[in-house]
Design a protein around this ligand. Structure first.
Ligand SMILES: *Cc1c(COP(=O)(O)O)cnc(C)c1O
Length: 248
């Protein structure tokens, strides 16, 4: 099948290069290679690519918009591909009911009100399907500007997005399991500074929530630095699928 399908060949080559990069970064950081989970971000690419990736051994995929992810997960499943779906984008409360139907982990929980909406959706989904708790990460805004998403460390003006309150909410919410933290490096910060800051926040969070062992950090351009600072989940899109084009 891969020989007959040039796109599969291209994805296989990109994946091999990415896996080498991750292995090298783990080795440089003195960490075992199986410490790091590769989440392939498939946004803007079709369900057919998810099917190809699953055939190439990809177990985890990420999406940032429910409108795109929900039908894609359904189409991929219909074609026999059922990877774990990670929701990594800003999440509106009215989308929670949809997201809990396919998501294995939500990386972008960043307000107390979102925790409450996601909890309600997860509880009702669990009642209908018998599924267990939904894994969640609290997204942190490293530069304190929540406009691009993320809970704000320290004493911010808005208690709804205060990191400590979001963590406490996620840890105690019914239907949710707090698993760790996530961040995107601010555009104007050196990646090392961003991931060092995130690592310190994660260490502090684990003093109260020892179960919060997941650190979702690192994208196609900065994954080496993220792994050096302890990332357990890296989110790579363009390095595997190619540069994205936004026509919509
Ligand atoms: C798109 C996206 C990624 C992947 O970005 P690449 O630079 O293509 O690897 C990772 N994380 C989030 C939150 C994203 O939205």
């Amino acid at each position: 099948m891969p020989e007959a399908d040039p796109r599969s060949g291209e994805l296989a080559a990109n994946l091999a290069a990415v896996r080498r990069r991750l292995a090298d970064a783990c080795q440089a950081a003195g960490r075992p290679a199986d410490d790091v989970t590769l989440v392939v971000v498939t946004k803007t690419y079709p369900a057919a690519d998810v099917v190809r990736l699953a055939a190439l051994g990809v177990t985890d995929v990420g999406e940032n918009r429910d409108q795109e992810a929900a039908p894609k997960a359904e189409q991929a499943a219909a074609a026999g591909a059922t990877p774990r779906w990670h929701f990594i984008g800003q999440l509106q409360r009215n989308k929670c009911r949809s997201v809990v139907r396919y998501a294995h982990m939500v990386h972008s929980v960043d307000s107390v009100r979102l925790v409450q909406a996601l909890s309600r959706a997860a509880v009702s989904h669990a009642e209908q399907t018998g599924r267990g708790e939904l894994d969640v990460l609290v997204q942190v805004s490293l530069d304190g500007d929540p406009s691009r998403g993320g809970a704000v460390p320290g004493e911010g003006p808005d208690p709804d997005v205060a990191l400590d309150r979001v963590l406490a909410g996620a840890a105690s919410a019914e239907g949710l399991a707090l698993r760790g933290l996530m961040a995107v490096a601010p555009l104007d910060w050196a990646p090392d500074r961003a991931f060092a800051t995130l690592a310190a926040l994660a260490e502090r969070a684990r003093e109260t929530y020892p179960q919060a062992t997941v650190l979702s950090a690192g994208m196609s351009g900065d994954v080496e630095q993220a792994i050096r600072y302890g990332a357990t989940h890296v989110r790579l899109g363009s390095a595997v699928l190619g540069p994205r084009q936004y026509f919509r």
